[in-house]
Design a protein around this ligand. Structure first.
Ligand SMILES: Nc1nc2c(ncn2[C@@H]2O[C@H](COP(=O)(O)OP(=O)(O)OP(=O)(O)O)[C@@H](O)[C@H]2O)c(=O)[nH]1
Ligand SMILES: [Mg+2]
Length: 468
């Protein structure tokens, strides 16, 4: 039959759907079966790029392994159409029920958007808890959240998800330490609460988040006074953003083969080879079908990206679905009102080239070289460090070009204005003539340029891209 329990990529052959040893978790972890339904007959229209079912299964397994669940079975389930009552066909439902029973699974992850009715019917049929993709992603985010802001954002997303469904979820799963714990624990009461209570809680969290946002805006404002541009890393989860961040900043942010390893944004100053400083920001990874509630809730976190001067779109070019992933990332960027095709602002970083066979690698370099100017991607390996020089050079060149150089004349005795300029701009040149006048050349982001022009009657200097 089409239901073939699938082993994860690393597990040895033998017992179907075995758990890779390195992921073995505590004995009392919830036992989970992963089901990836895929439509065998395509619906009309092209909704994005197709992924291989195997890669989807891999990702689904990655998601359950991202939190502390024990994988005991997995299957790709082909279906010709979605059944309103159970999503899957009745034959498949029975087969899965047997697998669940045999493996004593307490949880079934169905990698699809299930309606509350489908979820409930499947739970009855499997005699186990059933969660869909959104719920699992929310769960992972809940366990990852560390900062107050992160916790609030995830809770808000989760409440919105519940409100849209109003079904019990997770209450059968006791035990779970750490993290936010929608898996039983304090979350339960909310899960059972009625719409009104959820609504009240949402209002309260939104208010708290407003406060967090204000604080963050203040931080950002004070950082903006320091005239360093912000470079944000974005990309599909596991693309290598944190590894690249660590390499560029020589720091030690958690980077591992784990989906959603990073949740809270990290910022760090980096000095470019030209001597210019930039603030690099590492952020949460994206994934296909990222719950809309999450994107909305994480807007505050992603504001670092929204406001960034430059965005590095990090892509895992060794992944078979690299194109589909890029498509998804661009979708999220668009949701954030960032034009993903804006080559002035977005640079594609083609990562993990060390994993490619020589031929594929040569092909990739060729493809990159054929793209015009600003649209040209930079092939790198964050792991080996290959490609860092061209990447850094591109960043400096792009940033200096976007910034505006201004010539300013000041009274040499005007210490107040002079120190203001040192605080709010990058002073490239300073010369005092014999007649009590100071002549300065400064560099600033475009939005600051107008302010300085008005305040000092400054003149733009042409062709100073490399000034400094
Ligand atoms: N071979 C190879 N592996 C890499 C490279 N860059 C990252 N990795 C590996 O890919 C995995 C994911 O890397 P991360 O840096 O955590 O990825 P991320 O994009 O930050 O992921 P999330 O925070 O989960 O969104 C880790 O196991 C890295 O060691 C690379 O250039 N080559
Ligand atoms: Mg990361």
């Amino acid at each position: 039959m089409i239901l073939e329990p699938k082993a994860s990529r690393k597990s040895p052959a033998g017992r179907a759907a075995g758990l890779p040893v390195e992921h073995e978790t505590a004995g009392d972890a919830t036992r989970v079966v992963v089901i990836v339904p895929h439509l065998t007959r395509r619906g009309g229209g092209e909704e994005g790029l197709r992924r291989s079912p195997e890669a989807r299964l891999d990702e689904a397994i990655g998601l359950v392994l991202a939190i502390d669940l024990k994988l005991v079975g997995s299957a790709l389930v082909g279906l010709s159409q979605v059944r309103p009552a159970t999503y899957l066909g009745s034959g498949k439902v029975e087969e899965i029920a047997e697998l669940v029973k045999a493996e004593e699974a307490g949880l079934v992850f169905v990698d699809a958007p299930l309606s509350p009715v489908q979820q409930r019917n499947l739970e009855k049929a499997f005699a186990a808890k059933v969660i869909d993709r959104t719920a699992l992603i929310l769960e992972i985010f809940g366990q990852r959240a560390r900062t107050k802001e992160g916790v609030l954002q995830v809770e808000l997303a989760h409440l919105n998800y519940q409100r849209s469904r109003l079904v019990r979820s997770w209450t059968h799963l006791e035990r779970q330490r750490g993290g936010f714990g929608f898996l039983g624990g304090p979350g339960e009461t909310q899960i059972e609460a009625d719409r009104r209570l959820i609504g009240e809680r949402i209002v309260k969290i939104e208010r708290e988040l407003e406060q967090v946002k204000r604080t963050r805006a203040l931080h950002r404002a004070s950082r903006k006074k320091v005239p360093y541009p912000v470079v944000a890393l974005v990309g599909y989860t596991n693309a290598g953003k944190s590894t690249l961040f660590n390499r560029l900043t020589r720091s030690d942010v958690m980077a591992q083969d784990l989906l959603f390893a990073t949740l809270d944004p990290t910022l760090r100053a980096v000095q470019l080879p030209t001597g210019d400083k930039v603030i690099l920001s590492d952020t949460v990874g994206f994934i296909s079908d990222l719950p809309t509630q999450l994107v909305a809730a994480f807007r505050a976190t992603l504001e670092e990206v929204i406001e960034a001067d430059l965005i590095l779109h990090v892509r895992d070019m060794s992944h078979e679905d690299a194109d589909a992933q890029a498509h998804d990332v661009k979708g999220v960027l668009s949701d954030l009102d960032i034009d993903p095709e804006d080559d002035h602002r977005v640079i594609e970083v083609w990562n993990k080239i060390d994993r490619l066979e020589p031929e594929a690698r040569a092909g990739l370099f060729n493809t990159a070289a054929r793209r015009e100017g600003d649209a040209r991607p930079i092939p790198v390996s964050a792991l080996t460090g290959e490609g860092m020089e061209p990447l850094l050079a591109t960043i400096s060149q792009r940033l200096s070009r976007e910034r505006v150089s201004l010539a300013i004349d000041l009274d040499a005795a005007d210490g107040g204005n002079l120190s203001w300029l040192y605080r709010h701009s990058e002073v490239l040149e300073r010369r005092e003539d014999g007649e009590g006048r100071l002549h300065l050349a400064v560099r600033v982001p475009p939005d600051r340029a107008e302010q300085i022009e008005r305040r000092f009657g400054a003149r733009r200097i042409k062709g100073t891209g490399e000034g400094g």
